[in-house]
Design a protein. Structure first.
Lengths: 256, 369
């Protein structure tokens, strides 16, 4: 059967975000501009990063995403993320390895509401005609400098965004415990472009993924979308295969 | 109604030389038996890098072995990838012609373009252009087989005038097919006069729509070859057992395992945004069916497992929709022991095939005794 991850998140709960409950309301995030660069990475460099419950994507790949959220309940903010391509049972997912938000308020809320492993830093998103660039600085150090080069229009229907999974502590059945949480935003596309990914600087350790090495670029996209961060619907046992350890805690998203 | 075998050649970890050889030998043993039982086709995929799911990267070699070991069963590329980074068209024409000769004119040539990033990225092929290169290849192949000399200048490949040798044993040339997974490919098949080699496990309603559209359009087609190959084949799982419950349980295990392995593949659309890959192909249906390798939920309708009576009912339904041929996947990750695969084939030939038989199946039933 397919390979499994080897990361036991229950061994280091203090490293994980902690949610006071699993009942956050949804956030509407209109007119977000999302740049996503997909890069293959050597399989050996992902060793120990994926929870035991999940399957690695083969070949291994990561998504570097820099997004400008024009509006949110905590005001405008930028968010950069590193996600590892994977499978939750039969479903493609991006496991969140690290994230940086451009405001303290956004970082605080994203950690506490959805368990996103985010810290506050400087996140820049710039759209130009010849490229879209993203850069991230933490404590004065550049940890990401990347671009989507030569963006060309494509249809929104050409683009597929994969749902996310994050590891966090949250209360369930009376105990706060490590678990995997699915985050499944929706997207309504207003504009979509595709181009070549370019990464000029990437500090893997700063993204909680010290072994990751970027290798072959796959493709980059930059899309303007109405999106959201929905209510949490599914949580997963971090040690059981997802097809055995998934629990639905809410029947549907609030808008379904 | 005709019946065939369909091989992905799925091999479970840990991979050892003996295990790879055993699985290949199991497949060949099944094909030899199927030949005596009256099965019409053996198809083999071309896949690369698809761990556990398919270790069938050199189907022409496997099919050559099949041809040499059998006398009647037709051997089919299901499919050969028509993307220049994978296969040069001259080599495709040469190798298929050779296989047709070695098999005594039993070759069918399925064509396609690959659906996974794992494969396209592995060969550094451009997903945007695979439909175009497929079209160019299928237009050229019949000419390369039939014309004494051939020269070509196209977008994806070219050659000065040469004599491509050998020529196929079948005249004017082997029947041609295209793999149909993405919606709309059945139209591509019909418009070019190609057989529709269905590789998805879609339910009755969806298949019926596709078949109707295929039959309607192929009447007015401009065939790429010297003749129209109007045939609709579909893929199914087979496990036939005297006891319905045992048959269904093992059949589900086979289906669940196959589906779960398939859902691990990285579809092109998952990572490479391209107008050429707007559909996820067969993956959405498989993901709905594959909640896990031990899933107990009802699978897609029309699966050919259970006792003979149940399987007959399923195939009757496919027949009523206009399917000409059902190709069976017999195993995935070797979850069905080889002796049970062989017993299932024998029972199917004895109890099921006669219900769909013209002349050949009478002999098949006798051979199964």
């Amino acid at each position: 059967m397919p390979l499994y991850g080897t990361f036991d998140i229950t061994q280091s709960p203090a490293r994980l975000p902690t949610l006071p409950n699993l009942d956050t309301e949804a956030w509407a995030l209109p007119k977000a501009e999302m740049m996503q660069l997909l890069m293959e990475v050597p399989r050996s460099s992902t060793e120990g990063l994926l929870p035991k419950a999940m399957h690695p994507a083969l070949p291994s790949y990561v998504a570097l995403a820099v997004t400008r959220y024009a509006d949110s309940p905590v005001g405008p903010f930028n968010l950069a993320m590193l996600r590892l391509g994977s499978r939750a049972g039969a479903h493609p997912r991006g496991f969140l390895l690290g994230a940086v938000a451009s405001t303290d308020a956004a970082a605080l809320e994203l950690r506490a509401r959805w368990g996103i492993p985010v810290q506050a830093g400087e996140v820049k998103f710039l759209r130009r005609h010849d490229r879209v660039t993203g850069s991230v600085r933490l404590e004065g150090q550049t940890i990401l400098d990347c671009a989507l080069v030569d963006p060309q229009p494509v249809a929104g229907s050409d683009v597929q965004y994969i749902n996310w999974v994050t590891a966090a502590n949250a209360p369930l059945d009376g105990t706060t415990q490590p678990m995997l949480i699915q985050i499944d935003p929706k997207y309504t596309f207003h504009k979509a472009e595709r181009g070549k990914p370019q990464v000029n600087a990437f500090d893997a350790a700063a993204w909680n993924a010290p072994t990751i090495e970027l290798s072959d670029p796959i493709v980059g996209t930059c899309c303007t979308v109405d999106t959201d961060l929905p209510r949490i619907r599914f949580v997963m046992d971090p040690l059981k295969p997802v097809f055995q350890g998934t629990r639905r805690i809410r029947e549907s998203r609030a808008d379904e | 109604m005709k019946f065939g075998l369909f091989y992905e050649i799925s091999i479970p970890r840990p991979w050892t030389p003996e295990k790879e050889r055993t699985v290949y030998n199991n497949c060949l043993e099944q094909v030899k038996l199927a030949d005596t039982l009256g099965f019409e086709h053996v198809w083999a995929v071309e896949h690369h890098f698809l761990e556990e799911y398919s270790h069938c990267s050199a189907p022409e070699l496997f099919l050559t072995a099949c041809a040499v070991l059998t006398t009647n069963i037709k051997v089919g590329h299901g499919i050969v990838v028509c993307v220049p980074e994978f296969n040069h068209p001259i080599k495709i024409a040469e190798k298929t012609a050779t296989l047709d000769i070695l098999s005594g004119g039993r070759l069918h040539v399925g064509t396609g373009r690959s659906a996974t990033w794992t494969e396209l990225g592995g060969f550094r092929a451009n997903p945007d252009t695979t439909k175009k290169s497929w079209d160019e290849f299928v237009r050229c192949l019949p000419k390369m087989w039939m014309q004494e000399t051939f020269a070509y200048q196209g977008e994806f490949w070219s050659m000065p005038e040469r004599t491509i040798l050998p020529k196929p044993y079948q005249k004017p040339h082997p029947p041609m097919w295209v793999a149909v997974t993405s919606p709309g490919t059945e139209i591509d098949a019909a418009d070019r006069g190609l057989g529709s080699l269905g590789l998805s496990f879609a339910g009755f309603d969806e298949q019926e729509k596709k078949i109707k559209e295929y039959r309607r359009r192929i009447r007015h087609c401009e065939p790429v070859g010297a003749f129209v190959n109007e045939q609709v084949a579909t893929t199914n799982f087979l496990f036939c057992h005297e006891d319905e419950k045992t048959g269904v349980e093992m059949g589900k295990k086979l289906g669940n395992t196959f589906n779960y392995l398939a859902t691990q593949l990285i579809s092109t659309r998952e990572v490479f945004s391209s107008p050429s890959y707007q559909s996820l192909g067969l993956l959405p249906a498989l993901r709905r069916a594959a909640t896990g390798p031990d899933a107990s939920e009802q699978q897609t309708e029309g699966m050919a497992y259970g006792d003979p009576a149940r399987i007959i009912r399923a195939i009757r339904k496919w027949e009523s929709l206009g399917v000409d041929c059902v190709n069976f996947i017999l195993n995935a990750n070797e979850v069905v022991p080889q002796d049970q695969v062989m017993a299932s084939l024998r029972l199917f030939a004895k109890e099921v095939m006669p219900h769909f038989a013209q002349k050949p199946q009478t002999a098949a039933a006798a051979a199964a005794e």
